[in-house]
Structures are given as C-alpha cells and as structure tokens.
Ligand binder design. Sequence first.
Ligand code: ATP
Ligand code: MG
Length: 235
Amino acid sequence: MKNPQCEEAGIDDGTMLRLRDVNKSYHMAQEELHILKNISLEVSKGEFLAILGPSGSGKSTLMNVIGCMDLADSGEYYLDGIAIHRTKEKALTRIRNQEIGFIFQKYHLIPTYTVMQNIVMPLLMRGMSYQEAAESCMDTIRLLGLENRMEHKPSELSGGQQQRVAIARALVGRPAILLADEPTGALDSSTGKEVLALFSQLNRLGNTIVMITHDLGVAKNASRVVRIVDGELQE
Ligand SMILES: Nc1ncnc2c1ncn2[C@@H]1O[C@H](COP(=O)(O)OP(=O)(O)OP(=O)(O)O)[C@@H](O)[C@H]1O
Ligand SMILES: [Mg+2]
C-alpha cells in the first residue's frame, strides 16, 4: 500500500473504486427525491462490471457520481486511490479528464469535427500538441479499425462506427476506468454485439470497465453483474 489516503481507508492497491454508503438526492421545488440509497460497491482493477436496472432506478445518477460529474451528498468514494469525497471541483476537472473514459448511448461526438479531431480531444485538453496527440492515438485507431475514416465527420459514419470513435476517444488518454452508460442502446443488435465484443477485448487487454444497462442480455457480457432497484444495489 503506497497511497496514504488508501492506507487510511484500508483500501489495497488492487481496488479501482470503492463507494461506501453513498447517498444522492435531488431537491425539487416541493420535495426531496432520494435517488441513491446507501450505495456500497467495490470494483477491482481489471474487472468488467455491469450495473443492471430498470429505467428510473438511478443508473445514470450513479454513473455521474462514479464519473465525478456529480458529487454524492454523503458517503465515501475512492477512485484509484483518490478520495473523491474530499476533492475540490478544480481537481475534479483533472480527474474527469485523466482517470475516466466516458462512453454514452448517443456517442456525444462533436459534429463539426473529423473523427481524428474528436479522438485527440482528451489529449489536447491535457496540453499536448495536435501532432503529438495524433501520433499517440494511432495504436488505438488501428485497434478500433478506424484508420480509413479519420477525415470523416460523425454524420458520415454508421452508428456502430460512431460508437467506435467514442470508444477510441475514451481510451486514448489511458484512463483508469472506462464508464459506459447504455453503450449499445442506440445500436441494432448485431452492431451492439460487436461493440460488446470490443469491450470484452479491451477488458482482456487490462482495462477496467463499468457498464450501465437495463438489458440483462447486455449485462451478461460483463464478468460480474450487480442490480440497482429503486436506488439500492443488490449483488
Ligand atoms: N437533475 C435531476 N433533477 C431531478 N431529478 C432527477 C435528475 N436527474 C435524474 N432525476 C430523477 O432521478 C431518478 C433516476 O434517474 P436516472 O437518470 O439516474 O435513472 P436511470 O436508471 O438512468 O434511467 P434510464 O434507464 O431511463 O436512463 C429519476 O426518477 C429521475 O427523474
Ligand atoms: Mg440513464
């Protein structure tokens, strides 16, 4: 155990994320909506976890907390040894950029940028030059079979290709964890299967993956499945 924060919390080096009694509510005009209820979850480095739950169960809310896009109201959250619950907003921006690769149902590509420009974005945000970023992305681009699409705009690609661009963009910064929210939700079933096979391949290459889905058939591609029902986790 090298990291003093981890040592203090009793977390070993093989743990990628650990949530303890995490709660999150949304405050509406008249009422408080308690969405995440005492969520405790541990994910080891190298795991491929699916979080399965019906619509409205709190999956995206949980993903936003795990992805440091939103903070929990209470509880502890350690990501790769960093105590997120004690981290200030400015440092969270760096953590989002360097520790997490996001993949969304609707790809979230920048429509006016080419495939290459989309993929290098996380590296440019770290201050890398375009040339350097483009060179360091080539392995990932080949891995995802996008080398003949580099100058295309997202609108000139199929859904499956757009999702592969989004996956490449998530990977190039070598994040500690890949977070995917319904990554096959907008794809037909055979293209969805290709994307899931790609996730399994990325996991075999050592990537830690947390995937959120409402579809049991999709969840079964992961090595472990936990369920979220009405904001509560069940193994
Ligand atoms: N910003 C917000 N303000 C208020 N309520 C919210 C907000 N975001 C989500 N909610 C509520 O929190 C609950 C959980 O939403 P969430 O998006 O996490 O569900 P989900 O499991 O991802 O659903 P889906 O499968 O439909 O994407 C819902 O009842 C939703 O209305
Ligand atoms: Mg959702």
